[in-house]
Design a binder for this molecule. Sequence first.
Ligand code: GCW
Length: 719
Amino acid sequence: MKQLFYLLFVTLIISGIPELKAEDGYRLWLRYDFISDTQVLNLYTKSVKGWIIQGDSPTLRVAGNELQMGLNGLLGKNIPEISSVKKSGIIVAGTPENSQLIASLNLRERLASVGNEGYLIVSTKYRNKKIIVIAANKDAGVLYGVFHFLRLMQTHQSISGLSIESVPKTKIRILNHWDNLNRTVERGYAGLSLWDWKSLPDSVSPRYIDYARANASAGINGTALTNVNANALVLTKEYLQKVAALADIFRPYGIKVYLTARFSAPVEIGKLKTADPLDNDVVDWWKKKVDEIYSYIPDFGGFLVKANSEGQPGPQNYKRTHAEGANMLADAVAPHNGIVMWRAFVYDNNVPDDRAKQAYNEFVPLDGKFRNNVLIQVKNGPVDFQPREPFHPLFGAMPGTPLMPEFQITQEYLGSSVHLVFLAPLYEECLKSDTYVRGKGSLVAKVIDGTLDNHQLTAMAGVSNVGNERNWTGHPFAQANWYAFGRLAWDPYLGSGEVAGEWIRMTYTNDNETVQRISKMMLESREITVNYMTPLGLHHIMYAGHHYGPGPWVNRGRQDWTSVYYHRADSTGIGFNRTSSGSNAVSQYFPPVRDIYENIETCPENLLLWFHHVPWDYKLESGRTLWDEICYRYDEGVKSVRWLHGEWTRSKDFIDPDRFEKVQSLLVKQERDAKIWKDGCILYFQTFSKRPIPGGLEKPVYDLDYYRNHEYTDIPGIR
Ligand code: GCW
């Protein structure tokens, strides 16, 4: 009997395990599972017989490992590494410098245009044998090319007649981790920080390698390890050794490490009396500190700085400007080719007439005053990572200074890692906004990629959403936001649909119908969230502190941290008048954008209450009054979450059970929360509008007090 069981067990292992194997999401979009579509499999098997990577370096070695792992997994058999091309179907990867074979091909001209990180993937012939060449000028480009080639196979694209050329449009594509040294993560919803400072540098988690692989596969080449609300301790020797251990792991993947610099570090850890950027001792302290950093990390990327914002120290403490502060650090890192990313998210302790205007007011006068290794890092919108904001008016307004956008990948104001919200459409909306500063077509993307004002130093930052949860991001769909950030940083002109499609195919399934269904869910998810949270340009009406649920009634504390400051609802209407008769924030935009926003008739409805205080009975495009439209949008938001849920349920057969169930249960919570948002906001705003909720809409379940007092006990990341 025992033996029979054993036999049964072994048979199960041999025959069933691959299908039954649970997918916990750890492998992200790099799953490389056996291709079950026999037609696709046969085609690939015919054209891929072996591979060669010529040359040897840590980067080429990891490229080889990835190729091996990917091909073997996808094709379900060993695809050997070989030493020379003796038959057709060989993949050859390398640089002309390392590979005679690649040098002998006629690729010189095309390679000349792909720079240090770009690559070519070309089907060609070598000694009459068909080969696929992945060629680049530098090893990092080879690695990116390998990931691209594997992506083609993961997404079931044709791999014959290839002629691909890909060049990143920005130089620095960087994650910003808001990770504290005690491993808590500010606005992190996926567990603790990945960086296990206590066990570094002696013991290194294999996760660091998988983190690097994931980043490289999406094109990300930098990581700022620590919170912008910075702790100077990371600049001490003890921590620098730990940072160096991480940098060593990331280096082969083309990823540089950056740190946040606490401006008061010379006082806090250097025992100086001041951190005045014009003080010689301070200048000297930073120079020495930077030299020390480079002695541990020779390719250290540089500093990310939040200064004079939300209580962080900065040059203004010493009556110096942001430029003087940034330049002092820039001079310290310049001899090592380091850079400084200086954040424009500033607002001081005096409440301004409109917080949305502050960054522009402080930074535009400093245009052209920064060293050429300084980038100004600007949030996508002028307030703070809201579900919808207009693009930041600084884009295009500082032609003499390279600007980089900061997007939030972590969902601070978008349902943490509980709500399914695909953020590529939000990023895309900003990148494709037209600033008009050099006439029509002056897209934010062109400011960022340097083409508008001819800048060489270009970058894009995303505030990371990864933590030590097994699936990295908490919500299985939040992985897509990490991936999308990388892809859009590589090419800010990409469409969200393309990115979603790639991600779904690699992460879930290649079943066309399911891909289309999930893609539609993802592409609509952001607008759905806008509807049930902040329709028609409403903003910053979240619960104070954790920003998870609704809190339009928040009216205590610093004025520009309250909700009433932003929505300004009263008996006449609702919205923040930012036109010339109000705060005049519209004047920070270039014409005709400013005129479009200024005029209530031309202001896009999705930004209406951002720029205008609008009467409750104002008629909208739908023919409804503003009040009715607000009610409809909230209602629509809730209904759409139910639609998301239904679509997901219909996808069941193509999704592994663990991830299916996980998303399913999160959608239940999302629906609950959407209803709380709808009911809470409508009931609260109704106290001003004094109008009935239109007939036919779902009535609120409880009274306003219930929502005002609602506490969340089950949301991640709240400390
Ligand atoms: O939106 C606010 C967040 C803070 C964050 C700050 C910033 C890191 O609520 O948690 O601090 O933005 O971007 O500096």
